[in-house]
Design a protein around this ligand. Structure first.
Ligand code: HEM
Length: 505
């Protein structure tokens, strides 16, 4: 018999059972739930709102239903928070209650059911992992140890772009070179390693696996199995691919990086200055029995996903906005020339003396937020928010992009205008001192990587603008800044070509 028919019959049966469960659940409990579109049985609001719950679509829904709204995506409750006051409640006042992460079948595979830090529930394990990761990654000492490396990496990007005759004529896809730079910036911290070129076979393998992991995790393709558990058997093929990618990737981290470092430190004592790289600290924690070997690999996994592409997307957006706003680019170059002296290459300490550069970075993070809905939060237990009852294990999306782009709160928010951060919003920082602007989140689960991301952004954008005039490719007025979103990421749709005309000093 036709397999499709069997599948349909099974689906019908499953649907009937689910309907019965949903009806009994709905009639059993009377909660004061947040408003939202009327759900239908089984599918909830899924068919109405679709898969792509991006920051813009969710902002439109908030205009209709309010600052706290509920969507039922199949069996899952999804709460969308769209005002600074309610964001404060979720991230700060009730930071413990809402401090967990949602899990789904795909993330369960990539994180070994929460053995990592970024996607694990709030509790002992998270606290320990965050503590263990802080010294090796997230302190000013780390910035001071590695900033020379970041400056060298940015200098080598400038050199490679200068050397390429295409840069000044038809242009280059600068993202590719910047991606290598970001891997090097982070692999120096993690393993004291760098990759020589974009063609380095190990780099190519690593990049391909990371890309595949991100694609599989951010895709909307697996929503149906996540929203409607009885459909999960149909995800078997997808999950098998996820598992294979995960196994190969963790083995690569283990065999080519962690083991190598272990060997090195057993044959040769750590250097005299006591400058350990991050993995040495993490392996110390393993030796003390605080974490196991898998936890070590998941830390490496987390840094690969949380640090590299997010910062790269922000650099990519920053360049695109500078190309499309030549007056901003000119003004930034003038600031660099005036404060540092023409030709003196920007270093990390300089970034603190350059208010316009800081404003350009903030404006990029405001308009083009890399994680516009933050990493989804979750309440482990029933909770209250803004007078509504939030059922346990709801997925909580804070629409940080909307908080930073709501015309009721910001002057002409759709304009790229760094001046706002020197004028009417001069007190607003990227660290979450104002709940209208939280590109790194705020509170317990906020991004600890902000301490590294901001100087890297400053050094990279600064060096590019000092050394080049950045222009759209011949025949184009502006770069295409269409967006592409995933489950909770936002990057530019087309990796553009940019003309980089070298400046003479
Ligand atoms: C421009 C670059 C970056 C942006 C925009 C960014 C943004 C974010 C956001 C929005 C979150 C979630 C906050 C929340 O859920 O409330 C987050 C979490 C996190 N980020 Fe970043 N991030 C960036 C760079 C980095 C870097 C460079 C690192 C590491 C070196 C990093 C490591 C992490 C980690 C470990 C978490 C999870 C924290 C937790 O769950 O406790 N990020 N980031």
């Amino acid at each position: 018999m036709d397999l499709v028919l069997v599948e349909k019959a099974l689906l019908g049966l499953f649907a009937a059972v689910t309907l019965a469960i949903v009806v009994s659940k709905l009639s059993g409990k009377k909660l004061k739930l947040p408003p939202g579109p009327l759900p239908v049985p089984i599918f909830g609001n899924w068919l109405q709102v679709g898969d792509d719950l991006n920051h813009r679509n969710l902002a439109s829904l908030a205009k209709k239903f309010g600052d706290i709204l509920l969507l039922r995506m199949g069996q899952r409750n999804l709460v969308v928070v769209s005002s600074p006051d309610h964001a404060r409640e979720v991230l700060h006042t009730q930071g413990v209650e809402f401090g967990s992460r949602t899990r789904n079948v795909v993330f369960d595979i990539f994180t070994g059911k929460g053995q990592d830090m970024v996607f694990t529930v709030y509790g002992e394990h998270w606290r320990k992992m965050r503590r263990i990761m802080t010294v090796p990654f997230f302190t000013n000492k780390v910035v001071q140890q590695y900033r020379y490396g970041w400056e060298d990496e940015a200098a080598s990007v400038v050199e490679d772009v200068r050397k390429n005759p295409k840069s000044a004529t038809e242009g280059v896809v600068i993202r590719r070179r910047l991606q290598l730079m970001m891997y090097n910036n982070m692999y120096r911290i993690m393993f004291d390693r760098r990759f020589e070129s974009e063609d380095d076979p190990l780099f190519m393998k690593l990049r391909a696996l990371n890309n595949e992991r991100s694609r599989l995790a951010q895709s909307f393709e697996y929503n149906y199995g996540d929203f409607i558990p009885i459909l999960r058997p149909f995800l078997r093929g997808y999950l098998k691919i996820c598992k294979d990618v995960k196994d190969v990737r963790l083995n690569l981290f283990k065999n080519y990086f962690v083991q190598e470092r272990k060997k090195l430190s057993s044959t040769k004592p750590m250097d005299n200055a006591g400058l350990k790289c991050a993995i040495d600290h993490i392996l110390d924690a393993e030796k003390k029995g605080e974490i196991n070997e898998d936890n070590v690999l998941y830390i490496v996994e987390n840094i690969n996903v949380a640090a590299i592409e997010t910062t790269l997307w922000s650099i990519e957006w920053g360049i695109a906005e500078l190309v499309n706003h030549p007056e901003v680019q000119r003004k930034l170059r003038e600031e660099l020339d005036t404060v540092l002296g023409r030709g003196n290459q920007i270093t990390e300490p300089d970034t603190h003396k350059l208010p316009y550069l800081q404003a350009v970075i903030k404006e990029t993070l405001r308009l083009r937020m890399a994680i516009p809905l933050l990493v989804p939060h979750m309440n482990l237990h029933d909770a209250k928010l803004g007078g509504y009852e939030i059922p346990a294990e709801s997925k909580i999306l804070v629409n940080a992009w909307w908080l930073a782009n709501n015309p009721a709160q910001w002057k002409n928010p759709d304009q790229f205008r760094p001046e706002r951060f020197l004028e009417e919003e001069s007190k607003v920082e990227a660290n979450g001192n104002d709940f209208r602007f939280i590109p790194f989140g705020v509170g317990r689960r906020s991004c600890p990587g902000i301490i590294l991301a901001l100087p890297i952004l400053g050094i990279t954008l600064g060096r590019l603008v000092q050394n080049f005039e950045l222009l759209p490719p011949p025949g184009m007025e502006k770069l295409d800044t269409s967006e592409k979103g995933g489950q909770f990421s936002l990057h530019i749709l087309k990796h553009y070509t940019v003309v980089a005309k070298p400046r003479e000093f």
